[in-house]
Ligand binder design. Structure first.
Ligand SMILES: [Zn+2]
Length: 278
């Protein structure tokens, strides 16, 4: 009888122990999720291990685009942001989502600051806010694909969704084996999304880089909306992007030369200094 009692309790203890272990394992991604950046908020926390190791000509022209600039009032218009979506505040501009409103501000600031820092940089403006056919020649995707095919570096600015939907700041790389030093630099400063993120987004398939500045919520959104901090916040974000591009162009990066066990990789996305490992 006593034996059965002890055996039953041991089983219970074992089950409780296993349950606790499971909870700890379950919690651990959330712990690293909490990596915060004062300016941008949470960074993406996905197991992304690519490296942009191809050098870029310092004269490479840069094109900056505003995400969703061609898709207002149709699916894919961008996030409304926490202020509008959850708190019921007024949109920044009734003709567009708050994401596009800020994407445009950041796009123009990056071009301005970039020119001041000597980059060959310009913006692309589709000129029409609602283009239903994604393959229309004026869409960001079509124009971006044309520029990228000519060897220009095409970067599309985005803010990620608020609440449970968004993943955080980071660069979504294009689908290519030629990830370069600008990609690497942006990923180091903002965060790193995996290759083939969501099966390879439309932009990624067209060699357009997507930069998620951060989730449109919390401090980041408050600092953008507050007229006292807006200008400085936009400038700081633009400066960080320009600094990242400059570092990438000038090859001032530290790259991990080793392929780690279990990595999912594109051959060309690793440093070539250790060809044996590939
Ligand atoms: Zn977006």
């Amino acid at each position: 009888m006593l034996r059965i009692f002890i055996k039953n309790n041991l089983t219970k203890c074992l089950l409780i122990f296993l349950y606790l272990i499971f909870q700890i394992i379950n919690l651990s991604p959330n712990l690293s999720d909490s990596i915060e950046n004062n300016l941008l908020g949470k960074r993406v926390n996905k197991n992304a291990r690519w490296f942009g190791n191809k050098s870029v000509l310092p004269s490479t022209p840069i094109i900056i685009m505003a995400g969703h600039a061609d898709s207002q009032n149709i699916p894919g218009a961008g996030t409304r942001g926490e202020a509008v979506g959850l708190k019921g505040l007024q949109s920044m501009d009734l003709t567009m989502t708050d994401e596009l409103f800020w994407n445009l501000k950041i796009r123009d600031a990056v071009v301005k600051v970039g020119k001041e820092h000597g980059l060959d940089i310009s913006s692309y403006e589709p000129g029409v806010r609602s283009i239903v056919d994604e393959n229309h020649p004026k869409t960001n995707w079509s124009a971006g694909a044309r520029y990228a095919a000519q060897g220009l570096y095409v970067l599309e600015i985005h803010f990620d969704s608020y609440g449970v939907d968004g993943l955080g700041a980071g660069l979504i790389p294009p689908i290519t084996s030629n990830l370069n030093n600008i990609d690497e630099s942006l990923a180091q400063n903002f965060g790193r999304y995996p290759l083939f993120f969501r099966g390879g987004l439309g932009a990624a398939r067209r060699q357009i880089r997507i930069l998620e500045i951060g989730k449109l919520e919390g401090n980041l959104e408050r600092n953008l909306r507050d007229i006292k901090t807006r200008e400085n916040t936009i400038y700081q974000i633009a400066f960080l992007i320009v600094e990242s591009i400059k570092k990438g162009i000038n090859n001032e990066l530290f790259l991990n030369p080793l392929l780690q066990e279990g990595d999912i990789f594109l051959r060309g996305s690793y440093q070539q200094t250790n060809p044996e490992a590939l």
